[in-house]
Design a protein around this ligand. Structure first.
Ligand SMILES: [Zn+2]
Length: 212
């Protein structure tokens, strides 16, 4: 499987088509959000959880490819991330993010998956939706943040270019004081990784490993 820690040290204001053959273009990477209390960048939080998740999955016998392993450069953009996943022939493209909102009371976890669009996502729609359902459930059970459910998105470049099942997990809101304070703690980063590991193994129909 491919673990994609969202964003990088710097955003990327170049644009790219939101899907194969599309004339609609979007910025490659707006740079992500940051912690209202912790000051942590989303890019670094995503990386910390991804780095904890990798060994949990490897110990369960899953081969893992990372789109990045440090927070150090300009974001590669979402087509590049999808291409890494496609080339790996992975069983799941798991994108790790945290959310930001203008409403400081917004908090909790949610998981996004691609909307159905013929030629773009019809080959991955059903399995992505199934992955979103099981990963969201395990994530909420382990992290114990409010359950904001699932959301279909038609406008995510990284979804529309994916040829393998793809989901994007928004672990919590870094613009919410509670979510941010907890997500900045190593124990909660570990809980998030365990939840993602359990969800991934369920999706892959692997026997539930301890993910510990
Ligand atoms: Zn993000």
């Amino acid at each position: 499987m491919v673990i994609d820690a969202g964003h990088d040290l710097h955003g990327n204001s170049e644009t790219e088509p939101i899907g194969p053959g599309s004339s609609t273009r979007k910025i490659k990477d707006g740079g992500g959000t940051h912690g209202v209390v912790s000051g942590l960048t989303e890019a670094e939080l995503n990386m910390r959880v991804a780095a904890r998740l990798r060994p949990l999955l490897e110990r369960a016998g899953i081969r893992v490819v990372m789109t990045r392993t440090e927070t150090a450069g300009t974001s590669m953009g979402n087509i590049a991330r999808a291409r890494i996943a496609n080339r790996a022939g992975a069983s799941l493209f798991l994108r790790i993010h945290a959310d930001g909102s203008t409403d400081p009371s917004a908090r909790g976890s949610h998981t996004l998956y691609p909307a159905l669009r013929r030629g773009w996502t019809d080959d991955v729609y059903a399995e992505s939706k199934r992955a979103a359902r099981v990963v969201q459930a395990e994530m909420v059970r382990t992290l114990q943040f409010p359950d904001r459910g699932l959301q279909e998105r038609s406008d995510f470049t990284g979804f529309n270019w994916a040829d393998i099942p793809v989901i994007l997990v928004e672990m919590g809101f870094m613009t919410n004081r509670t979510d941010d304070r907890l997500l900045a703690m190593a124990t909660y980063q570990r809980r998030a990784a365990v939840g993602l590991c359990r969800g991934t193994l369920r999706f892959l129909r692997r026997p539930s490993a301890p993910c510990a």
